[in-house]
Design a protein around this ligand. Sequence first.
Ligand SMILES: *Cc1c(COP(=O)(O)O)cnc(C)c1O
Length: 360
Amino acid sequence: MRNVFNFNPGPAVLPEPVLESTSKAVLNFANTGMSIMEVSHRSKEFDALLVETESLVAEVMGIPENYKVLFLQGGASLQFSMVPMNLLVDGKTADYIDTGSWSSKAIKEAQKVGKVNIAASTKGDKYTRIPAPSELKLTPDAVYCHITSNNTIYGSQWQTFPDTGSVPLVADMSSDILSRTFDVSKFGIIYAGAQKNMGPAGVTVVIIRKDLAENAPPNLPTMLQYSTHIENSSTFNTCPVMAIFVVHEVMKWLKEMGGVPEMEKVNNKKAALIYDILDNSSFYRGTVQKDSRSKMNIPFRLPTEDLEAEFLSQANKNNLKGLKGHRSVGGMRASIYNAMPIEGVQKLVDFMADFEKSHK
Ligand SMILES: *Cc1c(COP(=O)(O)O)cnc(C)c1O
């Protein structure tokens, strides 16, 4: 058992059984006598793993048949470009909802490609909330509407997804995929850099309704076309073999733990432990409006920056790592993804209570 609790926002904590099975595969993958870092991405052993990883993701998320699960590279950041390059064609408009740094980066890339309507932005409120349904100025015939389901930096999260009628939702779910149940069929594309809630850095999971890949301009480079990766089941070129292996192990672990519904229950409990202390203290202060709070990333401040520095230094000494907040919010941020055990959150909350008593 490790004695360190890793609250980093990403790359982030992975389940211990996953680290164990990965360390074995580093030496000998599937009895091939070769490391997972050495096997061919076209070997039958790896192909079996790839097929199984895809079906595990589809199974745990309840992904319908007309979708494809892809394992790509370039991070969520490349999806900021690939989404509009493939979909935002023929002078049409895409709606974007701006709820934080990652949304605004996605918007910047889409604006290089085509027409963007900012359907709502909470920038004026320093991104401390998710917009209400009445604030959304949606385009009736938009090609898609893009949201960031969980704002990793600001610590806000869509509690219910916006109703966009027949316009497909496109969601950057990098920091909350697999953390709660939802209806995938409302979405055209879901993408996530794996390094927060699904695996290590180096692979990006893209879940795409297959018909949406059909309208890409033919002159779009081959590697940037979703259709290339759909037709070749993520092996048009060398896929990130090792990172996909780890995603496979995370999916197996998640299923054994009871799947996404069980994750959601535990995530609710973990978040409640921290929000309880924020709400019942005059020492700690949450930074996000209550109806918009994230269950994955919880930023909080202390009365002074000196106390914040002292908190971080003592937390580190107590093996509570990675709690420094993003510079745009300051203070602390506890990232409590699926793989963070409730014991880690309990230890953090106990530490917070002790720190408050001795520094008030
Ligand atoms: C981390 C993060 C990204 C960036 O992901 P990369 O894989 O580093 O490109 C994008 N969006 C969200 C919501 C994130 O949390």
